[in-house]
Design a protein around this ligand. Sequence first.
Ligand SMILES: [Zn+2]
Length: 135
Amino acid sequence: MQRQLNLQHEGRYFDLRAIFDRLNEKFFRRRLRGYKVVWGRRRKQRPKEYFIFGTIQEEDRVIRINPRLDQPFVPQWFLEYVLYHEMLHSVVPDEVGPDGRRRIHTEQFYRREREFPRYERARRWEEDNLARFLR
Ligand SMILES: [Zn+2]
């Protein structure tokens, strides 16, 4: 029997669906429709240099959050910030820079990102705790 655990939104500590719905209502006027929000697959190896907290695949409308965030030392507001960041990608358009490359983290994106009420605190927490997610 095969168990599909990789598409679940309910973790041990956090329910991504509940958080997504709250953020969607509070900050996006429920504009994000038909999105799945799931914990990504657990990997045995911890990354060394950088850590990907979340991703969004707009074609399939899937937001994946790194399952290492499903831990009791992670504050809910930090997880909310990670989700907010990914959700923002679905409403802020990409831009093409002077070098012809597509940019997703645009001025407008960063401006909107800073509107997240705990933005500063979340960035500081990320800096202070990043080592706990890396090897
Ligand atoms: Zn991003």
